[in-house]
Design a protein around this ligand. Structure first.
Ligand code: 26Q
Length: 802
């Protein structure tokens, strides 16, 4: 122990001197952060060298356009069991570990759920000793930094690389080329037809590797992020052709730009060509480097599916399918049939949405121009597939037209992904059912065995052990620490529901966490929160279907009731919101503006002080989520049934003892099934009812508006200069979305049920002992939502790892 400490200290001092040239006394926290990370990186390297010596097993490559990995300093210290040592050494040297931790940047390389899921999966791979690696893009700027002024969202570039990134290793010796555009030439050689892409634009792909370690395991996996760079040859050719050197620089920039930005999740059409190129860049670079490693082993190509799995995180990396075909056929000389067998056996696909507007398609013309050889292969896949379907369903033109991969000038990426893989999964039970019975019904009929469910999960280590140290301590004291390795062991907490002392402590932990969040809010917004109030939280991307509007309309109504002293058994509330709106998503930006407008009135009204507070926290991120989630009493999961594929914030909050107020949608349903009706607040239309109303014309939002006085008041406030708004125009589009366009998301329809459950929450919260029991039940049953479980299930049913 003492030896360890001395070694750590020496390494730290050396690193500090190396990176800054300074003595300890002069170093800033930022410089200490750099030195500390350098030391930790050294420990990881040592582990890595051991890990690579281990027997190689089947490798999974998880391809994703997004990885929201969050801060790694804390994770590494904890997983390497170095926290205490570091804390002591730093203290001796006059630093505080807490101050150093805040120097870390949070790379925002994702939009939301899908990107965070990928990060939780990497954590589980390494912690389960499985060889699972991430393949992604190293965007120069992550998802924008959000800044709100006068209720309006401004977007600033997320400069996560400005201070350098401590956990990556640039590997220029493993760089390779990705080709765009040009023409495809064919020629016959030895009686075989060959294809070659000529006059293409070449972009150099340079990998940056981030080692991923597990909790108390020896496994070190890799997250490989690719960056686009110009090749010097290309720039030179360009320079020779142009007289003016400035063009050369512009050209260089143009090539680099490819990996500059991450696209928001509902991006409008402009600039989308870059997104198309990004998707191909990711898979081409990723698969080329994996295959070149495979070739070094000198095995037969037919062995590939027993050694490698390529998993695609939604359709965004689906060009992997034609790219793998291209390499196997054009470069390795395999026949179509051999290549197809290898491809479909090694690729699997997760679907994350059934929203029609979110299913990815690409204009045929773009693919033809920018990926000419890939286009030819897609046409061939489509033709063979349609023929096969013709055999299966002779004469059924209509069906085959609907199944086709290419139709109406568009390439349907979900169709490509399903046809080109051996397994397709949804991310929660309901979502998978909707895929099978509705959205992908015809594919399910054609390939019933291909479809399966894998309900999402979250890393209980990041979202409980690291994010909530006081709860972790309490749980450890009660049931030991086996649950850290086997999260289902959290069920051992169940008997404690009859232990009033334990429940008292649980309440105290929640209160302490609320105080920590309140301190943060005071620092950021200068607002003092009532920590005895219910912390009622909705944090996630701002979207119509997630219905932040339902929440805020309810608050508008509550305000009136409180002002008029009409609330009977009301428990004071702090409503907390956070989330980004996609820059081009006008409606979502309006919602932020509305929340801000209502907050300004409520927070300044002395009459409701201590009863009602509203907070919108800017720039939601992993780091902010880690502050908020341990402090949540009520977890708002309000999506219109059928719309949220799974949700994962619901699981994070449950695991931290929050009670869910949610629709029967996505994984809320599975949470309901686990904790039982007593320990959750479900409300609203069921999926079946939503589908019914969508198909019939029976829902008329205006009828509800006219008959329910509470709704009429809340909706009218959007366009009436009375309690909240300053003019009639600002929020008229929200008003019209509800009344003129008949409330696509059934906000008004679900309002009454929502209010009832909110009232129930208010009165239940007053029986603190009972509430604490419910909270405990949520924690105890949350182990089933650990991503360890999810990954174990992918490993056995999809990747066949063991
Ligand atoms: C597509 C094309 C062009 C530009 C952007 C995109 C794009 C980018 C990101 C489309 C979608 C996304 C992100 C989707 C996402 O995060 N989905 C969420 O995935 C979670 C993990 O499975 C689920 O829990 C959520 O329900 C689902 O909404």
């Amino acid at each position: 122990m003492i030896q360890e400490k001395e070694r750590f200290k020496q390494l730290f001092l050396t690193a500090l001197n190396h990176t800054t040239g300074k003595q300890v006394e002069q170093a800033t926290d930022q410089e200490a952060y750099v030195a500390l990370s350098t030391v930790i990186a050294k420990y990881i390297q040592e582990k890595h060298q051991n890990s690579e010596k281990q027997v190689s097993s089947k490798q999974v490559y998880y391809f994703s356009m997004e990885f929201l990995i969050g801060g790694l300093l804390q994770t590494h210290l904890s997983y390497l069991a170095l926290e205490e040592t570091a804390e002591n050494v730093l203290e001796e040297l006059g630093f505080s570990l807490d101050n150093i931790k805040v120097c870390e940047n949070d790379p925002g390389l994702g939009n939301g759920g899908l990107g965070r899921l990928a990060a939780c999966f990497l954590d589980s791979f390494a912690s389960l000793n499985l060889s699972g690696h991430g393949v992604g893009l190293r965007y120069r700027y992550g998802l924008f930094n959000q800044w709100i002024e006068d209720g309006r969202q401004f977007e600033l570039p997320d400069q996560w690389l400005s201070e350098g990134y401590m956990w990556e290793y640039r590997k220029p010796s493993e760089a390779l080329d990705v080709l765009f555009g040009g023409q495809v030439q064919s020629f016959v050689q030895n009686g075989k037809l060959h294809f070659q892409q000529v006059n293409a634009e070449i972009v150099r792909a340079v990998p940056y590797d981030i080692p991923i370690i597990g909790y108390q395991t020896n496994t070190v996996n890799t997250l490989r992020l690719w960056a686009a760079e110009p090749t010097s040859d290309q720039v030179l050719i360009k320079a020779k052709n142009e007289s003016d050197g400035s063009d050369m620089l512009t050209y260089q920039r143009k090539l680099e730009e490819l990996s500059d930005f991450l696209y928001p999740d509902d991006s409008t059409d402009d600039g989308k060509i870059v997104r198309l190129k990004q998707e191909y860049f990711l898979v081409s670079a990723g698969i080329q480097s994996i295959l070149s490693n495979f070739e070094e082993k000198q095995l037969a190509w037919s062995d590939l599916p027993s050694l490698l799995c390529f998993h695609i995180n939604d359709t965004h990396p689906a060009f992997l399918i034609p790219e793998l075909m291209r390499i196997l056929i054009d470069e390795k000389g395999l026949s179509w049939e051999e290549a197809w067998e290898i491809t479909t056996q090694s690729v699997s696909y997760t679907n994350h949405t059934t929203l029609h507007e979110a299913l990815e398609t690409w204009p045929e013309n773009w693919v033809k121009v920018f990926l000419p050889r890939i286009y030819m292969i897609l046409v061939e896949i489509n033709e063979r597939f349609c023929q096969q379907m013709w055999q299966k369903y002779p004469g059924d033109f209509d069906r085959i037209a609907q199944l086709a991969l290419i139709a109406d000038g568009k390439i349907k990426m979900a169709h490509v992904a399903i046809v080109g893989s051996h397994a397709v999964n949804g991310v929660a039970k309901l979502h998978t059912e909707i895929l099978k019975k509705k959205e992908m019904r015809l594919f399910y009929q054609a390939y019933p065995d291909r479809f399966m469910n894998k309900t999402n999960g979250i890393s209980h280590r990041r979202w409980l052990m690291l994010a909530n140290p006081s709860l972790t301590k309490l749980i450890k004291a009660a049931i030991g620490d086996e649950w850290l390795q086997s999260p289902k062991q959290l069920i051992k907490l169940l008997p404690l529901q009859t232990d009033p002392i334990f429940l008292e402590k649980l309440q105290q932990v929640k209160h302490d966490n609320k105080q920590l969040l309140a301190n943060h809010v005071q620092k950021e917004l200068g607002m003092i929160l009532n920590t005895d109030a219910i912390f009622d939280v909705q944090v996630k991307r701002i979207h119509g279907y997630k219905r932040q509007l339902l929440n805020i309309l309810h608050i508008i109504y509550l305000y009136r009731e409180i002002k008029n002293n009409r609330m009977k058994s009301f428990s004071p509330r702090v409503f907390i919101f956070a989330g980004k709106a996609a820059p081009g998503y006008y409606f979502a930006k309006q919602i932020i503006h509305l929340i801000d407008t209502v907050a300004n009135v409520v927070n300044q009204d002395y009459d409701v002080k201590d009863k009602l507070q509203i907070v919108f926290l800017e720039n939601f991120s992993n780091q902010l989520a880690e502050k908020i989630i341990p402090a949540v009493d009520v977890s708002e999961q309000l999506s219109t049934a059928t719309k949220e594929a799974s949700g994962t914030g619901n699981m994070k909050m449950m695991m931290n003892g929050a009670l869910t107020l949610g629709t029967m949608d996505g994984a809320n349903i599975e949470i309901f099934d686990k904790v039982g009706a007593e320990n959750i607040y479900p409300f609203g239309l069921s999926a079946k009812q939503v589908l019914h109303y969508q198909q019939s014309n029976e829902y008329v939002a205006r009828d509800i508006y006219h008959t329910d006085d509470r709704i009429r008041y809340a909706v009218d406030q959007l366009v009436t200069v009375e309690d909240f708004v300053k003019d009639e125009q600002t929020f008229q589009d929200i008003y019209h979305a509800l009344l003129t366009y008949n409330d696509e998301y059934f906000v008004l329809k679900d309002f009454d049920d929502y209010v009832k459950q909110q009232e129930k929450i208010s009165s239940d919260y007053q029986e603190r002992n009972v509430w604490n029991q419910k909270s405990l039940m949520n924690i105890a049953y949350s182990g089933q939502f650990s991503s360890d479980d999810t990954i174990a299930s992918y490993a056995s049913d999809i990747w066949e790892l063991r």
